[in-house]
Design a binder for this molecule. Structure first.
Ligand code: NI
Length: 171
């Protein structure tokens, strides 16, 4: 089991755009395993490679109650999104202890590659739809707080910087 350090907002590396995975090989499978370990340890319901400073299009998600249904999305793409939207209170491992409402399409269809290198498609609604869109935003260098007002974002940035300093002084 390997835990990867998670970047915290406003780290500029969170704004890098991830590159597509060319081939699902042993290296990618190791990244997926480490990302899953990191997500479960946090605990969180989703993690994008960008958050662990790996800038390749990889997402792991587990929205099951018992946290025993790992979903892996390599090179995910939204191929359809509903016109209907829904607001959800989101959080993020890169913005600890902060939650706020974000409005997104209520239902989506996503195509991706699995850990065997096989194409698949999935229809998602509810928490899974929210989580997929949130994690795919990370791959584009976007953190959910960027949907909020500048005022809120400034406040979050200040809080995060203060928190980082406190953690630093505890070391
Ligand atoms: Ni996040």
């Amino acid at each position: 089991m390997a835990l990867l350090p998670v970047l915290c907002y406003p780290d500029p590396r969170l704004h890098k755009v991830a590159k597509p995975v060319a081939q699902v090989d042993a290296r990618i499978k190791q990244i997926v395993a480490d990302m899953a370990d990191t997500m479960y340890e946090a605990p969180g319901v989703g993690l994008a490679a960008t958050q662990v400073d790996i800038h390749e299009r990889i997402v792991v998600i587990d929205v099951s109650e018992d946290q025993n249904e790992l979903m892996v999305f390599i090179n995910p793409e939204i191929i359809w999104a509903s016109a209907e939207t829904k607001s959800w209170r989101e959080g993020c491992l890169s913005v600890p202890e902060f939650y706020d409402e974000v409005e997104r399409p209520a239902e989506i269809r996503v195509k991706a590659i699995d850990t065997n290198g096989k194409d698949f498609e999935i229809a998602a609604d509810g928490l899974l739809a929210v989580c997929l869109q949130h994690e795919m935003d990370h791959l584009q260098g976007k953190v959910f707080v960027e949907y909020l007002s500048i005022l809120k974002r400034t406040r979050i940035t200040q809080k995060m910087k203060k928190r980082a300093k406190e953690l630093e002084s505890q070391r």
